[in-house]
Design a protein around this ligand. Structure first.
Ligand code: HT7
Ligand code: ZN
Length: 859
């Protein structure tokens, strides 16, 4: 096991100014010839030795400055080729054979449904040819791709096509990318694909050809991605002054992909799930995902490609910033309030647990074994929150000045998170020294707040504390901006100071701080508005205060957070056997009815407010965790709310039905609320639920309706569920992404008995261990969102066996799925021991990726 440490960073001894690649694709073998123009790095300590990475390459020849090297003049072992005695400048030519057809790990060059494609981030390029595979080596690439003309009519790489030709049955195309880039942004595609083409005229009047490629049968599913791309291009010009730089922008959809998409320069490669969209086959959430991922990858052209990371410890430099950019873009395209709550919901329910468990790490980690394991929610989502805090601390105008400075100063360079913050500091003149701790300190800060009503006014005292995380016992105070207001009995914000301001941002930068407000009436604090910092906020709200916040607060996050607190408190009491479900539902009823009454203002927001926190989130509040008790409490409250408000659920289920298909935000919100209402109706055992669900399933206007109905039928075991499943599979057997949903609906059906269903699904003829989307649709759904089935002896056994099987094919995917077991240490002793035994058994044969994750979980 090799651990890479940030403190050991050294610049490369040699730079590679240009790369000329020739990729000759034949059945059974692909030959890669590379010519590297090397130059001693003036910024490095003087050395005449240079290391090139190379994994799984069959070396055919190596030549330096035209002279063939014999085996004594280089060392090639453990994935490293070392050459010594290099002159100031040299040309290294290597010829290697690779085997993309058998590349099931999907890194480097591989085959997906007969198409050759690449994935080079983070360290895939070393599986294609010898190269210093590190992001601070930036080179201009000239790439020739050769293949059979008939089977691979399309040959793509980064940049612009500059030459092409034919040789009998074969043909070739040469591509040139004028922008120096790290090799992780290299891409190549050879296949037979359909293309949707359009043109974008940039702010300076240049025409950019937009080409979206997919399998021929999917050509009708590219329109939404194209519209999203054009919106993103315009938005980036307008919001950041970032104009696209090449003449062509291409996206290729592939069925086998380890993540969502990849921002290769000028040639993005996308998981089909993140680019294909059609109302008949894609849910509304799927449409929104396509919009945000297309934008995210596009935004990387500046935040990631033009300015990249010096080393992989700086990954959040590009990912955190780009997630922030895509979040703001989606907020501008849709309802900003809803988008913010969705993003916060995701962060607190997924990143917070990561930050509080064995995988906790800083946004700029200090060390890693396999960098693939560090494409985490902490790097992405918490990283985005850190950029968001800087945006709010500086204000939109200064932030824009700072990003202008960042892009101008570092264009064409590989830089660090500190370089980014330096720009914020320089432009604003604010000392960001303490703020930088957000990058280096792991863990979720807990901010405890108490209030005090005194004759002189109202006081709020804040105490911050970050619990220890693995390898980081001591924590220092962070800079925590708390946007707040104080609401009167009518829910109106009261003046907070002499100037009459009704909202303030308090900066908490010490362990304990008290703030005074000249307010004498009784108020409810509305804290952390907009979720102004990624912290757990503790305040002992009374029930009536929460109900008031839920009804009256103008801040969408605070309304949602109040609802979450009410639900959690009710379920906590049920878990502890301190209350009854009907009592809890009756207590919640008036507040929920208010939300329903106002649903017409924003259906999507109402759906968010009415949705219970997940069973997993509830479990995270209980230690030692008994998943069965948590499951029971969750079900009980859902059923009781279903009964208590059944007249509302029935009328929402029937009245929100649309007669014609629309894909705008309002229509999507209506469907979201309607599906939720139907779910509650079924949970409450209403006799009409099955009829409504079956009718909707039979004649849906779109996939959101069809899948919503199917989920209700299956998850509540309603009559007609089996038939609907069979019908759905028959209807959609040729649509892989829809079938992923079919698998996932079944694997996530709550209840212990689902584990037998999962065992059958893994044996289903349509289940494919080599397709990450399919594997995730079953194992990801089981382990990530079905705690009652997963946390059983059979569940652990099946999970562990499946993990081993996936690992043998695709270590990155196995390691990602293994993260679902990170709650091990919180489980009650019996289950903990069972899961531990199963994971221990997998560890014996685990890949390096899986081993790193399992070792942390088991430690
Ligand atoms: N930057 C991309 C990361 C990525 C990736 C990382 C490891 C293994 C496979 C991968 N595919 C894509 C995605 C993004 O954040 O835009
Ligand atoms: Zn990204």
């Amino acid at each position: 096991v090799t651990t890479t440490r940030l403190k050991d960073y050294l610049p490369p001894a040699y730079l590679v100014d240009s790369v000329t690649l020739d990729v000759d694709i034949h059945d059974g073998v692909t030959t890669v010839t590379s010519e590297l123009a090397l130059r001693r790095n003036p910024a490095a300590a003087v050395s005449d030795a240079m290391m090139f990475n190379g994994e799984g390459l069959t070396l055919r020849s190596l030549a330096l400055d035209g002279k063939v090297l014999d085996e004594n003049s280089y060392r090639y072992e453990d994935g490293e080729l070392v050459l010594s005695g290099l002159p100031e400048k040299a040309t290294l030519v290597s010829v290697v054979d690779i085997d993309p057809e058998n590349n099931t790990a999907l890194e480097g060059l591989y085959v997906s449904n007969g198409m050759y494609c690449t994935q080079c981030e983070a360290q895939g390029f070393r599986h294609i040819t010898f190269f210093p595979d590190r992001p601070d080596v930036m080179s201009s690439f000239r790439t020739t791709v050769r293949a059979d003309k008939k089977r691979y009519p399309l040959l793509l790489s980064n940049g612009n096509p500059v030459a092409q030709g034919e040789e009998g049955e074969r043909h070739w195309v040469t591509w040139e990318d004028p922008f120096p880039k790290p090799c992780y942004l290299f891409a190549l595609v050879a296949g037979d694909l359909a293309c949707l083409e359009d043109v974008f005229v940039t702010c300076s009047g240049r025409e950019v050809a937009l080409r979206l490629y997919a399998e021929h049968r999917d050509l009708d599913k590219l329109d939404h991605a194209m519209a999203s791309l054009k919106n993103a291009m315009r938005w980036d010009e307008h919001t950041y002054g970032c104009e696209y730089d090449l003449d062509i922008y291409m996206i290729v959809a592939v069925s086998h992909f380890n993540m969502g998409a990849m921002e290769n320069k000028g040639l993005n490669i996308f998981n089909t799930a993140c680019v294909l969209a059609h109302p008949a086959t894609t849910t509304d959430a799927g449409f929104q995902r396509v919009e945000s991922v297309v934008a995210h990858e596009y935004f990387h052209n500046w935040s990631g490609n033009r300015v990249t990371c010096r080393d992989w410890f700086q990954l959040s430099l590009k990912e955190g910033f780009t997630v922030f950019r895509d979040q703001m873009f989606s907020a501008d395209m849709n309802s900003a309030a809803v988008k913010r709550v969705e993003d916060v919901d995701f962060l607190v329910n997924h990143q917070f647990p990561e930050d509080q468990g064995p995988m906790a790490h800083a946004v700029r980690p200090e060390e890693f074994e396999k960098i693939d394991n560090f494409y985490t929610l902490t790097i992405y989502e918490k990283g985005a929150e850190i950029v968001r805090m800087q945006y709010h601390l500086l204000g939109a105008e200064q932030f824009r000045k700072a990003t202008d400075l960042y892009f101008a100063r570092f264009d064409g360079q590989a830089v660090t998170c500190d370089d980014f913050v330096d720009c914020m500091q320089e432009v604003s003149g604010t000392d960001m020294g303490q703020f930088r701790r957000w990058y280096s300190q792991a863990g979720t800060p807990v901010l405890s707040v108490v209030d005090q009503v005194a004759p002189e006014g109202y006081r709020l005292t804040f105490r911050q504390h970050t619990p220890p995380t693995p390898g980081q016992a001591e924590k220092l105070p962070l800079v925590i901006p708390v946007r707040m207001a104080l609401l009167d009995a009518q829910g109106e914000p009261v003046p907070l100071d002499e100037e009459g301001r009704r909202e303030q941002v308090l900066i908490i930068d010490q362990q304990e701080q008290t703030f005074h407000f000249p307010v004498s009436e009784s108020v409810t604090p509305s804290l952390l508005r907009g979720f102004s910092a990624p912290v757990v906020l503790e305040f002992d709200y009374r029930k009536d205060q929460l109900a008031a916040l839920l009804s009256h607060d103008s801040d969408g996050y605070c309304r949602w957070s109040a609802a979450q607190r009410l639900y959690f408190a009710a379920m906590d009491r049920l878990v502890k056997g301190q209350s009854s479900p009907d009592l809890e539902a009756a207590a919640l009823q008036p507040a929920l009815e208010q939300v329903i009454d106002r649903a017409g203002e924003d259906f999507a927001q109402a759906a968010l407010l009415l949705m219970l926190p997940s069973e997993v989130a509830l479990g995270d509040r209980h230690s030692p965790l008994d998943p069965a008790a948590v499951h029971e409490a969750h079900q009980q409250l859902k059923q009781a709310i279903g009964r208590a408000l059944q007249a509302h659920w029935l009328s929402l289920s029937e009245n929100l039905l649309a007669t014609e298909l629309q894909m705008d935000g309002v229509a999507m919100g209506r469907r979201q609320l309607r599906n939720l209402a139907l779910d509650y109706l079924a949970a409450g055992g209403h006799p009409e639920a099955a009829r409504i669900a079956v009718e909707l399933f039979e004649l849906p206007l779109c996939m959101s309706e069809e899948l919503g109905a199917l989920r209700t039928l299956v998850h509540h075991g309603l009559s007609g569920a089996e038939q609907a499943l069979a019908q759905f599979a028959q209807r959609w057997k040729d649509e892989a992404l829809v079938m992923d949903q079919w698998f996932s609906v079944q694997a996530s059906a709550p209840g212990e008995s689902t584990i037998d269903v999962v065992a059958e699904l893994l044996e289903h003829p349509a289940f494919d261990w080599k397709v990450p989307n399919r594997v995730r649709s079953v194992l990801g759904a089981l382990a990530g969102s079905n705690p009652s089935a997963f946390n059983t002896p059979k569940g652990y056994q099946l999970f562990a066996q499946a993990l081993g099987r996936v690992d043998a094919l695709n270590p990155q995917i196995a390691a990602r799925i293994a993260n679902a077991a990170a709650r091990l240490h919180r489980l009650e002793p019996g289950r903990q021991q069972l899961l531990r035994q199963q994971l221990q058994a997998v560890l014996e044969t685990a890949s390096a990726n899986l081993r790193e994750v399992l070792t942390r979980i088991l430690s």
